[in-house]
Design a protein around this ligand. Structure first.
Ligand SMILES: *Cc1c(COP(=O)(O)O)cnc(C)c1O
Length: 376
């Protein structure tokens, strides 16, 4: 049996090694390391895949979120509604730009922001909502877009974990997550579903003016070479990463299918076990399984994770501390916010290995060990 890892980027690489090696060497040979045709081609292909008019590539997913918020002209003190149950990057950029994060509850089934909680948190200062499609499951975009329209708010989708997910609205139209809100953001961190071999990120929008502005912000606020109209930053995807991503983009749907097979195996093995709540899958969106996350009921989570580690099975807690309880937000007094569902989930979730290269013998071994501990 191959050693079990949370992600196995090496075995994934070996399957496309010839293409990748040729593409990387091609970039080096061209010596067009920054910008140029490779980056433009990838941006166009990604825009097509995602059904977005514009893609602006940048250095990482955190920058994507930051550039999006900078482009919306939000002012210090403006409120941005986000889940607390997310990776810190979502919320960190809010505080970095001197905006005020307003932490709200998630739905315990989808792990994504709860629309009813958004409505309750809206004030005169609210400017934007940041839904996170956590673990690869889409947030309830029907309700979120309705709320945004009603209150004239921007929607910035954090799609770092759900690229490739299809969301079908009540009216029957289907869109990719990340192409629904005012702006969508994603990350190409190596372990993400569309991962590069270093850092990378992208921003999606259908708005021409916003796209121009975000392109400018990502490039030192430059409108014309050495003419800088707004304060921006330096955030770019390099050509080597773009060349790798262009190859992997063609595999993304296969990668999602492979992840889904893993999730199906886990679901079957854990079906009807009252102590293991398997991930929910909404009927109107595709779960792309960036993570396979169980909610444990009456199981000693530390004991399980230790037991698995003793059998060379890694597992992870995403995330051990919710954002509103992080020290970095002490100034906002956010710890006083009452988020019982977020706390409940934080204490009970555990993520098992899931990636594109998992074998049935690995899955059988993992599920046997999980069940042996849980049913003991
Ligand atoms: C990975 C991730 C990010 C940040 O992406 P980086 O490329 O690491 O900066 C933001 N939000 C979520 C939900 C993520 O999972």
């Amino acid at each position: 049996m191959h050693p079990i890892q949370m992600v196995d980027t090496r075995r994934q690489y070996l399957k496309i090694k010839d293409q990748i090696d040729a593409a990387v060497l091609g970039v080096i040979d061209s010596s067009m390391f920054i910008g140029g045709k490779t980056v433009n081609d990838f941006s166009e292909n990604l825009a097509k895949y995602n059904g977005s008019r514009h893609v602006i590539t940048c250095a990482n997913g955190t920058d994507a979120l930051q550039i999006a918020m900078m482009a919306l002209d939000l002012k210090p003190g403006d409120e941005v509604i986000t889940p607390s149950f997310t990776y810190i990057a979502t919320v960190e950029v809010v505080a970095l730009l001197r905006l005020t994060p307003v932490f709200v509850e998630v739905n315990p089934q989808t792990f994504c922001i709860d629309p009813a909680a958004i409505e309750k948190a809206i004030t005169l200062k609210t400017k934007a909502i940041v839904p996170v499609h956590l673990y690869g499951h889409a947030a309830n975009m029907d309700a979120i877009m309705d709320i945004a329209k009603k209150h004239n708010l921007f929607v910035i989708e954090d799609n770092a974990q759900a690229i490739g997910s299809d969301y079908t609205f009540k009216d029957g139209t289907t869109k990719k997550t990340g192409s629904i809100g005012t702006i969508g953001c994603t990350s190409f961190y190596p372990s993400k579903n569309l991962g590069c071999y270093g850092d990378g990120g992208a921003i999606f929008t259908d708005d021409d003016a916003l796209a121009d502005k975000m392109r400018m912000i990502a490039n030192h606020g430059q409108s014309k070479r050495y003419y800088h109209d707004v304060v921006g930053c330096n955030s770019r995807l390099d050509a080597i990463q773009a060349a790798i991503l262009d190859i992997k983009l063609k595999e993304l749907d296969n990668y999602i299918a492979a992840r889904t097979k893993v999730a199906d195996f886990y679901d079957n093995a854990f079906a009807n076990n009252p102590k293991l709540k398997v991930p929910f899958r909404a009927s109107n969106s595709t779960h792309v399984f960036h993570q396979y996350t169980l909610t444990l009921e009456g199981v000693d989570r530390d004991g399980l994770s230790k037991f698995l580690a003793e059998h060379k099975i890694p597992s992870m807690l995403y995330y051990p501390v919710p954002a509103h309880r992080q020290k970095m937000f002490a100034a906002f007094n956010s710890e006083a916010t009452d988020l019982p569902t977020t706390d409940y989930l934080t204490e009970r979730v555990i993520s098992l290995p899931i990636h594109t290269e998992m074998d049935v013998d690995q899955l059988k071994y993992i599920t046997d060990k999980v069940l042996a501990f849980v049913n003991n």
